[in-house]
Design a binder for this molecule. Structure first.
Ligand code: NAD
Length: 385
C-alpha cells in the first residue's frame, strides 16, 4: 500500500445483486418508504418496466417510456413536469446511463441542495423516505455497464453543450443488478459499454483523488470485466458472463464516484460534447493511448491492472481486447476528421495528471487515437481500418 496516508469517503447506497432480482424492486421501494413512483424506462426495457409497474401496485403513479442520450434539457424538463404533476417522491429507472441520467435530472431539482463536492454523506441514511428529506429518491436498475448508477454525477445537454456536476441528491439509494435484463444486449453495444466500464477502472488509479481503496476496487472491477467480456465473445447470453460484467461495472462506477475523473474522461467529454461522438465507443479509442503515457507513472497500479487484464502490457492489452471485441479503436472510425482531432488538441485545457499535460502530449494522444495506432507502435496509422 505504501507509506502515505489517505482519506476515503464511502458513498451511501445499497446494492441488490442476482438473477431474478427485478422482482425485488417493489420491495426495495417499500423499504425506502416511497409512496408515489415515477417509472422511467429505456425502450428496450419495456417488458421489465411492465413487470415492475404491476408489482408496485398502488405505489405506481406514472411512467416515461423512451429516453435520449446525454439528457437533453427539453427531455429533462418534461420529466420534471411529469414528476411534479403526479407528486412523485421516488423514481425507478430501468435502462442504461441515459435512463438513469434522466432520473438524476429530476432528483437534482428536488429536496435541499447537497454538498457539491459529493464528499459529504450527511442526510442520506439508507431507509429514509424521499418525502422525509424532501427530495425524490432513485432506485436504479441498470441494463448496461455505464456505471452511472453508482455515482453522484449528473449531466444535462443544452444547445449542444453538456453541463455536468456532482450532487448527492442524484446518487441512487438502491441499485438492483439483475443480469437477466442485459442477457440480450447486442454484442456490439455490450462491448462498447464494457469499454466504458473498463475506462472507469483504469482512470480511477491515477486521478488526484485516487487512493488504495479506489485502486483495489478498480483492479477487481477490471478483473471481472475482462473475464466477463471474454465469456461474452464466446456466448453473449451466458448469464455468468453477464453477472461478471455487471459486478465489474458496479465496481468501476464505484471507483469513479470516489476517485473522480482525469485526463482520459476529460478528453472523451470534450470529443463527445463538441463532435457528438458516441459515448462508450469514444472511451475504447482514447483509453489505450492515455494509458500508454500515464500508466508508467503509477507502476504499482499498472502491474495490478495488467494482472487483472491478463496481459503483460496495459495499453497494448487494452487495445487488443477492444479490437478482439469488435469495438472501433480509432476516432476516425467514429466519424471524427483529422482536422477536428487537431482542433480538439488545441482546445483541451490542462488538468491534474501523473505526468504534465502539455499541448504536445494531448496532440500525440489524439493523433494516435484518431488513427487507431496500437500503443507501442512507432508510426500513427499503422493499423488499417
Ligand atoms: P444508453 O443508456 O443510451 O444505452 C445504450 C443503448 O443500449 C440504447 O440504445 C439502449 O436503448 C440500449 N439498451 C440498453 N439496455 C439494453 C438492453 N438490456 N437490451 C438491449 N438494448 C439495451 O447508453 P449507456 O452507454 O448505458 O450510457 C451512456 C450515457 O450515460 C451517456 O449520456 C453518459 O454520459 C452517461 N454516463 C453517466 C455517468 C455518470 O456517472 N453520471 C457514467 C457513465 C455514463
Amino acid at each position: 500500500m505504501g507509506e502515505s496516508g489517505f482519506v476515503h469517503t464511502f458513498l451511501p447506497g445499497r446494492v441488490v445483486f442476482g438473477a431474478g432480482t427485478l422482482d425485488q424492486v417493489a420491495g426495495e421501494v417499500e423499504l425506502l418508504g416511497v409512496r408515489r413512483v415515477l417509472l422511467v424506462a429505456t425502450r428496450s426495457a419495456r417488458d421489465a418496466a411492465d413487470v415492475v409497474e404491476v408489482e408496485l401496485g398502488d405505489r405506481f403513479a406514472g411512467r416515461i417510456d423512451g429516453v435520449a442520450q446525454h439528457v437533453p434539457t427539453e427531455v429533462a424538463e418534461a420529466a420534471r413536469d411529469k414528476a411534479r404533476e403526479i407528486g412523485a417522491d421516488g423514481i425507478v429507472a430501468i435502462g442504461g446511463g441515459s435512463a438513469i441520467g434522466l432520473a438524476k435530472a429530476v432528483a437534482l431539482t428536488t429536496g435541499p441542495a447537497s454538498d457539491p463536492t459529493g464528499r459529504a454523506v450527511g442526510g442520506l441514511t439508507s431507509g429514509a423516505a424521499g418525502g422525509a428529506s424532501g427530495g425524490v429518491v432513485i432506485v436504479a436498475v441498470p441494463t448496461t455497464y455505464a456505471g452511472s448508477e453508482m455515482t453522484p454525477v449528473w449531466g444535462e445537454t443544452a444547445g449542444g453543450s453538456k453541463t455536468t456536476g456532482t450532487d448527492l441528491r442524484v446518487l441512487p439509494r438502491v441499485v438492483v443488478y439483475d443480469p437477466v435484463l442485459s442477457q440480450h444486449l447486442p454484442k456490439k453495444v455490450t462491448a462498447a459499454s464494457v469499454a466504458n466500464a473498463i475506462a472507469h477502472c483504469v482512470e480511477a488509479v491515477w486521478t488526484p483523488r485516487a487512493d488504495p481503496i479506489t485502486e483495489t476496487t478498480a483492479v477487481e472491477g477490471l478483473r471481472a470485466l475482462t473475464v466477463g467480456l471474454k465469456q461474452i465473445l464466446a456466448d453473449p447470453t451466458d448469464l455468468d458472463a453477464r453477472s461478471n460484467l455487471l459486478y465489474g461495472a458496479c465496481l468501476g462506477g464505484s471507483a469513479l464516484a470516489t476517485a473522480g475523473t482525469g485526463l482520459h474522461h476529460k478528453l472523451c467529454h470534450l470529443l463527445g460534447g463538441t463532435y457528438n461522438l458516441p459515448h462508450a465507443e469514444t472511451h475504447a479509442a482514447v483509453l489505450p493511448q492515455v494509458a500508454h503515457f500515464n500508466a508508467p507513472a503509477v507502476p504499482r497500479a499498472k502491474a495490478r491492472l495488467e494482472e487483472a487484464l491478463q496481459t503483460d502490457e496495459l495499453a497494448g492489452g487494452l487495445f487488443d481486447l477492444f479490437a478482439a471485441a469488435g469495438v472501433p479503436t480509432s476516432l476516425r472510425e467514429l466519424g471524427l476528421s483529422r482536422e477536428q482531432a487537431e482542433e480538439a488538441a488545441r482546445a483541451f485545457q490542462p488538468t491534474a495528471n501523473p505526468i504534465p499535460v502539455t499541448e504536445e502530449l494531448v496532440e500525440e494522444i489524439l493523433t494516435r487515437a484518431w488513427a487507431g495506432t496500437r500503443p507501442g507502435s512507432p508510426e500513427p496509422g499503422s493499423r488499417e481500418v
